[in-house]
Design a protein around this ligand. Structure first.
Ligand SMILES: C[S@@+](CC[C@H](N)C(=O)[O-])C[C@H]1O[C@@H](n2cnc3c(N)ncnc32)[C@H](O)[C@@H]1O
Length: 245
């Protein structure tokens, strides 16, 4: 797979966001250990596994500390993570020393070795919401895929602005929020086909910690099926899928 990548310079936005996540890196994983967050993960990875083919080569855009690998078994030679934050990547390497990651800005030009090298491009929990030039970041994802490759993104919906947990205030200051139609238009104009946008976790921030994990998982899944599909703009997370023709 990819052995060496030229390290491109970060964009101004990439540097700014990288600094923010450097600051958050130590506390990042621990902040998402609640049952409500795990229920969001349950829905996320149930949806993601629907688009993952067998033994794919996965590009994890804005991989952070490696959440994807906590839930999906992926051989090291079939995985590459990229992120602008050196400290998020440091934590990643501590958790998954065998998997390859690079400090790289998805708003820069894609390194030649990555072009057409992946079956799936994933951007979990808002990673591409930090692009101030979404078309550029989506072109990166598009170019990384081989023909027929699938993209799976979660971007911040407009509803996410309303959340004001301490971590969010810092984390969301450089983020961009989308309606379902806006993000669908960007993804379509990047060249993707079969574009779908669904919402998730409308009530995720209000789930009671005293309920069992199974109950919360079942609730959020049902909510996504009934509510998130029809009213994505009422949800803080938009899950966007598309296919490279
Ligand atoms: C909210 S975190 C999500 C991390 C991880 N995907 C997860 O689900 O835990 C967003 C991540 O995207 C990274 N990021 C933001 N803009 C980026 C860019 N232009 N290129 C690469 N990574 C970026 C941040 O450094 C951060 O690690």
């Amino acid at each position: 797979m990819i052995k060496t990548l030229r390290r491109p310079t970060l964009t101004v936005q990439g540097e700014r966001v990288g600094r923010t996540f450097d600051h958050l890196a130590e506390a990042y994983d621990e902040s998402y250990r609640t049952k409500a967050h795990r229920a969001e993960d349950y829905v996320t990875f149930r949806l993601l596994t629907q688009v993952l083919p067998f033994f794919p080569k996965v590009l994890d855009l804005g991989c952070g500390t490696g959440l994807l690998l906590e839930y999906v078994y992926q051989q090291p030679n079939r995985y590459l993570g990229v992120d602008v934050s050196a400290k998020m990547l440091k934590r990643f390497r501590r958790k998954f020393p065998l998997h390859e990651v690079h400090q790289l800005d998805v708003q820069e030009d894609i390194p030649r070795r990555m072009v057409g090298a992946f079956d799936v491009a994933v951007g979990l929990y808002g990673a591409l919401s930090y692009a101030d030039r979404p078309a550029k970041a989506l072109a990166f994802a598009y170019d990384a895929l081989e023909s027929g490759g699938r993209m799976f993104l979660q971007v911040y919906g407009d509803r996410r602005r309303a959340r004001t947990e301490a971590l969010d205030l810092l984390m969301l200051k450089d983020a961009r929020f989308y309606t379902a139609n806006e993000i669908a238009a960007y993804v379509l104009s990047a060249g993707f086909h079969d574009v779908q946008v669904v919402g998730m976790s409308a009530m995720g921030h209000r789930l009671p910690e005293r309920a069992t994990q199974g109950t919360l998982n079942a609730y959020l899944w049902a909510e996504h099926r009934i509510f998130g599909r029809r009213f994505p703009d009422w949800c803080p997370w938009l899950v966007v899928t598309g296919r490279k023709p």
